[in-house]
Write a protein that binds this ligand. Structure first.
Ligand code: URA
Length: 265
């Protein structure tokens, strides 16, 4: 084989992937494509495998259901979990969400299980996917500063999770069907963690927990979900981009502090 031609073909393939948005290699070690051993002779296909073979040009078959059955399955396995470890195991075994296949790690939770405050973010980014913990990147550092301003911390007094436990490719917004299938897990997570109050950060979390978007209108007031008081807040990543929103975030933090001190008014 002409290795120069090979080089250009491989380079074009790589460029194509970059144009599609690939921005990092996910294997632990590089693969030398010049040194891949030849595939063994294929055995004659059985009639069953012939009929199951994909038709060229046809949409790839979904290995698992993504719709109503996926939500039913989520309700069943999440509802059966009797503690947080069981819920984590149920999520790890859940095969209906395609995002799982592109993620390095399941990002379940951080902080103190059973804390009075539970924070629900949106989805892991690159840093969270690498570490397997929510809010460890720049937005997480911002979140830690916000919590510190009212005397809270993930080391002592806050429990943190996300709507999605797997990183969406390109940090894209989760799709409605992905939110729908994760909602039963989020609900069970709140029930098992048992916080006094829940803070939902950003529109995706509002959608999953309150069934509504429009963070600018929703914030600044207590709502209710699953029998818990819920306060929507601007997402820390938004605050990093939009200094003007910090005043509102500070007002919301003071509402959290007052509720923890005085209870409901
Ligand atoms: N943004 C989120 O909503 N969650 C994370 O864990 C990180 C960034």
């Amino acid at each position: 084989m002409d290795s120069a031609l090979d080089f250009h073909a491989l380079r074009a393939l790589l460029q194509w992937q970059v144009e599609l948005g690939v921005d990092e290699a996910i294997g632990d070690v590089p693969v030398d494509r010049y040194d891949v051993p030849a595939a063994p002779e294929a055995a004659a296909p059985s009639p069953a495998s012939v009929s199951a073979a994909p038709v060229p040009g046809a949409a790839p078959a979904r290995a698992v259901d993504q719709g109503a059955d996926a939500v039913d399955a989520a309700r069943r396995v999440a509802g059966a979990a009797q503690d947080l470890d069981a819920l984590r195991a149920a999520l790890a075994a859940y095969e209906h969400c395609d995002l799982k296949r592109g993620a390095r790690n399941l990002v379940f939770a951080d902080g103190v299980a059973g804390a009075r405050v539970m924070i629900i973010g949106e989805a892991p980014g690159r840093d969270e996917d690498r570490e397997g913990r929510p809010f460890v990147g720049r937005a997480g550092q911002m979140l830690d500063r916000m919590l510190g301003a009212i005397g809270l911390s993930r080391a002592e007094s806050v429990y943190i999770t996300n709507v999605l436990p797997w990183r969406p490719p390109q940090n894209a917004d989760p799709k409605p069907d992905e939110i729908d299938m994760m909602r039963p897990f989020v609900q069970r997570h709140v029930e098992l963690a048992g916080p006094e109050i829940v803070i939902v950060m950003g529109n995706i979390s509002c959608q999953a927990v309150l069934g509504a978007r429009g963070i600018t209108k929703l914030r600044g007031a207590w709502h209710e979900a699953w029998g818990k008081p819920v306060l929507p807040m601007f997402h820390p990543a938004y605050l990093l981009r939009t200094s003007a929103a910090k005043r509102a975030a500070w007002a919301d933090l003071l509402m959290v502090q007052a509720r923890l001190r005085d209870g409901a008014e």
